[in-house]
Design a protein around this ligand. Structure first.
Ligand code: DON
Length: 614
């Protein structure tokens, strides 16, 4: 095994522009040279001895560290970070959306908080289908009718009450300050708001707050959000019940009623976050025993990642400059997504064969359908018959009929580790960038999470063309299926890696890749995030790869029979956004240096993520 110091030295010797891969630093396996990374991307993670917060936004990371330094634990910091991102990352940070939080405390206790949005009581299966039988593609994506019952505030309060040490007033303090005093608009935010202006300008409050009343923000301007500050103060003082039953709830419900929304006061009053048992799987790699802690349904991601890791257990992986390694992972993804489509939905309303899908014996059977010498076309791949070792498949569990769905382009993942070793992986979202684009009178953007349901059972309807089943159809109180996959890895029983990503269905692939990079390929934390990403979701039957892959990889995969999109794919309905996105996911991860215990903050440079430690 190469020591960390030697690994750093080795990376210095790699010719300029080559990815700095410190082979063997985690798993003891050697990996070949990797692909180029763009100029300006960091080669090293941010190292700190005590705590670390990694988010999309420096101000969000700083808010978390401020709380850690004040003596808060990782959960206090995660809650403060989530509230702060609701102010400084309006595209995805939120109090008007929902999400998941995976917590692993230093004493080994692990829990999963599900504050996914739910469909309002008046929601119906066909609510987005017109009299002509056609899907109204806009209605589930933009405007009041696309809004599901927000879960974030209830979830954050639950996290704080159960595992935090601070009061809401302390945890919301950085967010309130940022909303009240304002913060300097970055070039990134100015460009993003400009890009989103067609949607935002449709709604007067969105236009006033986020488009500067139509004048548009320039980098360097200050963005103040007084209504949001007032809402956060009410929450700080009165707790989540204020949001769900108090003034905020009334403001929201009144506005909904006036604008054709279906969300009622009762929907807010009835919302409940859930504590669920996280998924757990074990692997041996590079002479270490690894445990993967992952998100249970209504996330599809944890099941998919464990199934994929199980299938890849005995597959040699050399790195992402090796077409055979890419092929084996793509073939795995294809099968995992077929299972996802057929079996995953809201676990409170659908029987999901989680034990079978995540079972090593089932994975072995599933992996046996891969011919390493040949690509399997997706049309010949169907969902498997999940079962546990030694047991036959449960006849009650049948694959559901699949359909497809729309997916929006923004969400945010952040990771926190404190000095004691408590860890939080959290992904939360408004679904699309800026959600429904509606900013309510209480000053926050509302989600368009209704679009994560199968909006037209049995018919294709999607931007990302992701297949999923009738079991995910719209029904009151149901949680739409999610791909969000906050994940934590342990190595030899100790905290090792905290990861997750936005990106719709690509969340699953890029989180899986970050895990493989760290656990199987022994990459250093930053290299694991920088490494180029690829994705296969069964249908459409093609590999999508980031632009950083060389043409030679595209050619090699084409020669093997794949359809390949290198550089982000063009989806007409996504318009300019699709053309601008040549990257997949934004993984904000924290690795732990096994030798020193240092926290290695690896922010995703794809959108200027930020790791702050102390
Ligand atoms: O829960 C989900 O799977 C989606 N709402 C996530 C959307 C998303 O990641 C878009 N972001 N890039």
């Amino acid at each position: 095994m190469i020591s960390h110091q030697k690994a750093i030295l080795l990376s210095c010797l790699i010719i300029a522009g080559f990815l700095s891969l410190q082979a063997g630093s985690q798993s003891g396996q050697k990996v070949g040279a990797q692909n180029d990374i763009p100029k300006g991307w960091p080669k090293q993670a941010v190292r700190a001895a005590h705590g670390m917060v990694v988010t999309d936004e420096e101000l969000g990371s700083q808010a978390g560290v401020e709380i850690l330094k004040r003596g808060g634990n990782a959960v206090d910091a995660a809650v403060a970070t989530a509230f702060a991102l609701a102010v400084v990352e309006p595209a995805a940070g939120n109090i008007g959306g929902g999400g998941f939080m995976l917590i692993r405390l230093a004493d080994g206790k692990t829990t999963f908080l599900d504050y996914r949005e739910t469909a309002p009581g008046k929601a119906t299966r066909d609510m987005y289908i017109g009299k002509d039988g056609k899907l109204d593609e806009e209605a589930s994506v933009i405007g009041y009718r696309s809004v599901a019952v927000p879960g974030t505030v209830a979830g954050l309060e639950l996290a704080l009450k159960t595992y935090g040490t601070m009061k809401l007033a302390e945890a919301t303090a950085p967010a309130i300050r940022l909303a009240e005093e304002g913060f300097v608009v970055s070039e990134k935010l100015a460009a993003e708001l400009e890009e989103e202006s067609p949607g935002l300008q449709t709604f007067p409050t969105s236009k006033r707050i986020f488009l500067n009343g139509g004048q548009h923000f320039k980098a360097g301007d200050k963005l103040k959000q007084p209504e949001l500050a007032a809402t956060l103060k009410r929450i700080a003082e009165k707790g989540a019940s204020e949001f769900y039953r108090g003034e905020t709830a009334h403001l929201l419900a009144d506005e909904m009623a006036k604008n054709g929304g279906i969300l009622l006061l009762d929907d807010l009053a009835n919302y409940k976050p859930k504590v669920r048992e996280g998924l757990h799987a074990k692997y041996d790699s590079g002479g270490h025993s690894w445990e993967v802690l992952a998100a249970p349904p209504p996330s599809s991601g944890g099941v998919a990642i464990i199934e994929a890791l199980n299938m890849l257990k005995d597959v040699p992986l050399k790195g992402w400059n090796d077409p055979q390694s890419v092929q084996m992972v793509a073939e795995t993804m294809r099968r995992v997504f077929a299972d996802r489509a057929a079996y995953l939905a809201d676990p409170d309303y659908t029987k999901i064969p989680v034990a079978g899908l995540t079972d090593p014996c089932y994975a072995k059977e599933r992996a046996a359908t891969i011919d390493p010498a040949k690509v399997t076309p997706s049309k010949t791949v169907t969902a498997g018959t999940p079962h546990t070792c030694g047991a036959s498949a449960n006849p009650d569990i049948v694959p559901h009929l699949v359909a497809s769905r729309v997916e929006g382009p923004h969400t945010t993942h952040f990771s926190v580790v404190d000095a004691a070793g408590n860890a939080v992986a959290s992904t939360y979202t408004l679904n699309a960038s800026y959600g429904s684009h509606v900013t309510c009178a209480a000053g926050f953007l509302l989600n368009d999470e209704m679009d994560d349901f199968t909006t037209q059972p049995g018919a294709p309807n999607s931007l990302y063309e992701l297949m999923q089943s009738d079991a995910n159809a719209i029904a009151p109180g149901h949680r739409p299926l999610s791909s969000m996959t906050p994940t934590i890895l342990l190595r030899d029983g100790k905290l090792s890696f905290v990861t997750g990503s936005p990106g719709g269905p690509t969340i699953i692939s890029v989180t899986l890749l970050s895990v493989l990079n760290w656990m199987r390929l022994g990459m250093d934390a930053q290299a694991a995030i920088n490494a180029p990403r690829f994705h296969h979701q069964w249908f459409p039957d093609r590999i999508r790869m980031e632009a950083e892959f060389p043409l030679s990889m595209e050619q090699a995969l084409r020669a093997r029979g794949y359809e390949v999109e290198r550089g982000w794919y063009y989806t007409p309905s996504l318009g300019s956004e699709a053309k601008l996105s040549k990257h997949m996911g934004l993984v904000n991860a924290i690795g732990i240096d096994a030798q020193t215990g240092d926290r290695l903050g690896a922010a995703d440079p794809r959108d200027q993520g930020s790791a702050v430690g102390y």
